[in-house]
Design a protein around this ligand. Structure first.
Ligand SMILES: [Fe+2]
Length: 255
């Protein structure tokens, strides 16, 4: 993980040193360089640290009631998180502010569903227009959606992701939700027996070399946001809300 962090820091620093601002409206050539590099680094890390054997495991804390965000590193350029999803846990539809969002699957099987704005259903056009005085944004993101406004979205793409798969999204492309749609009974048999990893207790299950205490509880994903995201918009029940994303743990320690 330290090697990955070092190479990520260098990749972002190189673009800054060249005079580029890093966000979802970045210079296209600069973004292509960065995106190629980040995707390669994430792919390389995930495929060489698959499943419970990866050194990401000390960050991988789960919670029974909802997926959780575990912070690995935050700096002025990016934040890197390990998100843990028990079987059946799914995020709400959300945006990514002005940031880049990369995600890679570390363990389990995940699904990303992308969304675009949709026309109001027949009979609700007037109400939708009244609730969204600013009009509809033209891109896939949420820059123009004030909290409380009415926005209809529709799923336009579903991507099943396995270990080593890397995805990218920003507000110009789409909104999305991410989740582990695996049913508990579909998890590998070894994942259901033996206890060992409690949840909600905040313990960092570091294990030892060759330790077999890891049991797959659903899915684990690695997320890189640049710049770090301070506020996200949630699209639920045709209504926009805004929240400050929190952390379940930092550096493997429950907060
Ligand atoms: Fe996301």
């Amino acid at each position: 993980m330290e090697q990955l962090l070092g190479e990520l820091r260098a990749a972002f620093q190189a673009e800054k040193d060249a005079g580029f601002t890093i966000n979802n409206s970045q210079d296209p050539a600069s973004f292509k360089r960065l995106n190629d590099r980040v995707q390669l680094l994430l792919k390389s890390y995930t495929t060489s640290n698959p499943g419970g054997g990866g050194d990401w495991r000390r960050f991988a804390l789960f919670n029974s009631t909802h997926y959780v965000r575990n912070l690995v590193e935050a700096n002025e350029d990016f934040e890197l998180l390990v998100l843990c999803w028990k079987a059946g846990q799914v995020s709400r539809v959300h945006n990514h502010a002005a940031s880049h969002c990369w995600l890679a699957v570390l363990d389990g099987q995940m699904r990303e569903i992308q969304y675009q704005r949709a026309a109001p259903p027949p009979g609700e056009e007037a109400a939708a227009a009244a609730a969204a005085p600013g009009g509809r944004a033209t891109d896939g993101g949420g820059a123009g959606d004030p909290p409380g406004s009415t926005v209809y979205v529709e799923a336009t793409k579903s991507v099943d992701m396995k270990i080593g798969d890397v995805g990218y999204i920003n507000d110009h492309l789409a909104l999305h939700s991410v989740g582990c749609y695996t049913a508990p009974q579909q998890l590998p048999p070894s994942s259901t027996g033996g206890g060992g990893r409690g949840d909600d207790d905040g313990g960092a299950h570091t294990g030892g070399d060759g330790d077999s205490g890891w049991r797959l509880e659903g899915g684990v994903t690695l997320h890189l946001y640049s710049p770090p995201i301070r506020r996200v918009k949630i699209y639920e029940d045709n209504t926009v809300s805004e929240r400050t994303p929190g952390y379940y743990s930092k550096g493997g320690v429950r907060v």
